[in-house]
Every structure is written in structure tokens, then in C-alpha cells.
Design a binder for this molecule. Structure first.
Ligand code: AMP
Ligand code: FES
Ligand code: ZN
Ligand code: ZN
Length: 339
């Protein structure tokens, strides 16, 4: 297979786009496509401050890499969940984020000194990316497996508690750090698996809130965006590989046997027989959503500010996050520590 642009050996063939590319042209393509999605879906501008939630995995580290190389001012946030799973999962994930940061800082400094490219030195030429780190055990006194074991919400399924905690912490750090926008590394496979789940249960409320750009619900909250939502998982993996980004290969040990993994397998089988079906399913959903298919639901969702933390919640009084820690003394501090 030859690269469509230069005829060299291709490293990837994307059947859904009928496009094969060599290593250099693939890196360029990912970067150009990301910029195109950022503009098309009005995700953010070069003037805005961006917080990238990084898990140490291929998607979020590749996203951070692409945004920095495009010249965006993007800092990282790693949340230490305290998950071991026999593979020292959380500590290893953190190590990957630290390694990435050290590598990219050196790379950006090198490129700045070699070229006069203004994109590499956005508003402030002294600016360099940092990584915020929030360790749950340190800040809240418990790891995810511990909260999950203590609370009804988490019993038997840490993932639900984990999702809730991550969303809260991301919002808090974005708000306290004065970021305009919070980005996550969700790829098309993630989004389509969730979409299939939401469609199987016809959960109109969830369908309404599933989008690549979620505006800030309340003052002080950052907009949430997913710049990689149109890339297949194999493309983000290929990007990390070709770019030489080290990432954690292990999935979270609690994800094993989850419905979303089962959905991904079914969708991959469909994709094999019909290249592009995943992308079409998602884009057609977005179009239907734009046309107001789930709009009636909007009226029913009313949000209040949580009594304790101030984040929006549909429950009266305290939000689900704050209720998790009721009866437990925590030391939520105003600022995340910086590495
Ligand atoms: P997941 O829910 O594990 O599929 O992750 C989806 C996205 O959430 C990732 O691409 C990251 O952007 C973000 N994320 C997941 N885990 C963490 C973490 N421990 N710290 C910061 N961000 C995370
Ligand atoms: Fe949170 Fe797996 S990443 S339970
Ligand atoms: Zn090429
Ligand atoms: Zn709260």
C-alpha cells in the first residue's frame, strides 16, 4: 500500500476515507484534521486557555501533543485515582503523563530556538505547558476503589463513581485555574459505543447531552470539548506510535467486561463489513440532534448550584459528588497542586 500523497510506503490505510498515508503525511493529516474540527465545531480559539484531561493513554496524550504542536496554550490535568489492579495502573499512568510533558517541553523549546514560527510561541513566548495533578487519596482521603466500596452508588461498579468524580475534579480545576475550555481525548469509538448504549435504552436526556461541544452550563464552568471525536481509535493509536509517544497500554482493570467494551466489539464487526458505518452513525446522530430530535427533553432538565461546591446539579441541595463524601472528612483544597 502506497501513500496517496507521496507514493512512499503507507503506515496506515483508513478504509472509511479510502486514504492510505505514510508516517510523515499521517502526522500532518491528523494535525490538519484536528484544526479543521476545532474550527468547524467552534471548539476554541488560539487566544483561549485550554485544559487537557490526560489519563496517560494514547488518546489524551496524542491530543495534548497535537494541540501543543498546533500552537495552542494547553496545560494538562492528571487525576490520580489510586487504582492498582495488579499492574500499578494509576501510578504508571501518571509516569506516562510526566514523561510526555518532559519530552514535549524539550521538543517545543528546540523547535522555538530553531525556527521563527510564531505558532510555536503563541501569546507569550515564555509560556510552557504544565501538568496539574490531583491525587484523590491526598485531597479527598480515599481512592476510587475505596469510595466505591463504601458507597451504594459504587458498590460493584467503581466506574460509575469514577466517572462522577473525574467530571467534578475536571470542572473544578478548569474553574479554579481560569481555563476557558476543558478537553478530553474521547475518540469516535468511545463516542459511538456510548451512543449505541443510549440508543438501546432510548435515553433522550443522555442523547441530548452527548455532543463534541458542551457549552458551559453555568458561569464559572468551562466549556467541554472533544477535538478527537471524529478519529477512530486505531488512528489515535497510530498517531502515538508514529510520533513515539509512550503511553499506558493497559485498560483500566475495572473496565473489563463492561458494556461499552462489548459495544465496541459489535461496532468493529459492523465496521469490518461496512467501512465508515461508525462515523456515519455518529454524524447522522449529530445531524438529527441539531435538527432538534431530542429538544423536548431540554425543558425538563433544570440545574441548580450545589449548596456545597457550587457546581451545577439536577438534585436539590447537594450534588451527587458532595453526597459521596458525606460523613467523611475531606480536605478539598482550592487549588490543584502543580507539577
Ligand atoms: P475514559 O473515560 O477512561 O475512556 O477516558 C476518557 C477521557 O477522560 C480521556 O481521554 C481523558 O481525556 C480523560 N481521563 C480519563 N482518565 C483520566 C485521569 N485519570 N485524569 C485525567 N483525565 C482523565
Ligand atoms: Fe475509573 Fe476505571 S478509570 S474505574
Ligand atoms: Zn507520504
Ligand atoms: Zn457539590
Amino acid at each position: 500500500m502506497k501513500c496517496r500523497k507521496c507514493g512512499r510506503e503507507a503506515v496506515i490505510n483508513m478504509r472509511q476515507h479510502k486514504l492510505a498515508l505514510c508516517d510523515a503525511h499521517f502526522l500532518e493529516w491528523v494535525s490538519e484534521q484536528t484544526q479543521r474540527f476545532i474550527e468547524k465545531y467552534e471548539m476554541f480559539t488560539p487566544q483561549e486557555r485550554i485544559l487537557v484531561a490526560v489519563s496517560g493513554g494514547k488518546d489524551s496524550l496524542s491530543l495534548w501533543d497535537v494541540l501543543l504542536r498546533l500552537g495552542y496554550r494547553a496545560d494538562g490535568l492528571y487525576i490520580g485515582l489510586g487504582i492498582d489492579g495488579g499492574v500499578d495502573y494509576s501510578s504508571q499512568s501518571h509516569v506516562m503523563c510526566d514523561k510526555f510533558l518532559a519530552g514535549i517541553q524539550a521538543d517545543l523549546a528546540d523547535r522555538r530556538s530553531q525556527t521563527a514560527d510564531p505558532q510555536l510561541a503563541p501569546a507569550d513566548s515564555n509560556w510552557k505547558p504544565t501538568l496539574h495533578m490531583v491525587d484523590l487519596a491526598h485531597v479527598y482521603g480515599e481512592t476510587i476503589p475505596q469510595v466505591a466500596a463504601r458507597t451504594t452508588r459504587g458498590r460493584g461498579k467503581p466506574c460509575s463513581v469514577c466517572g462522577l468524580v473525574k467530571r467534578h475534579v475536571m470542572n473544578r480545576v478548569a474553574r479554579d485555574g481560569g481555563y476557558d475550555v476543558l478537553t478530553t481525548g474521547h475518540n469516535l469509538d468511545d463516542e459511538v459505543a456510548v451512543l449505541l448504549g443510549n440508543t438501546l435504552s432510548w435515553n433522550a436526556g443522555y442523547l441530548l447531552r452527548q455532543a463534541p461541544v458542551l457549552p458551559a452550563d453555568k458561569p464559572g464552568l468551562a466549556r467541554k470539548v472533544k477535538p478527537f471525536f471524529r478519529f477512530y481509535e486505531r488512528e489515535t493509536a497510530a498517531y502515538a506510535l508514529v510520533r513515539g509517544i509512550e503511553y499506558i497500554y493497559d485498560e483500566c482493570p475495572f473496565a473489563e467486561g463492561s458494556t461499552s467494551i462489548a459495544h465496541k466489539e459489535i461496532l468493529n464487526q459492523m465496521e469490518k463489513d461496512s467501512p465508515g458505518v461508525k462515523l456515519r452513525f455518529y454524524l447522522d446522530f449529530l445531524r438529527a440532534r441539531e435538527q432538534g430530535l431530542f429538544a423536548q427533553q431540554a425543558a425538563h432538565v433544570e440545574l441548580n448550584a450545589c449548596d456545597k461546591c457550587g457546581q451545577p446539579t439536577s438534585a436539590p441541595g447537594r450534588c451527587a459528588f458532595c453526597r459521596l463524601w458525606e460523613g467523611k472528612k475531606t480536605a478539598e483544597v482550592g487549588q490543584a497542586s502543580q507539577v
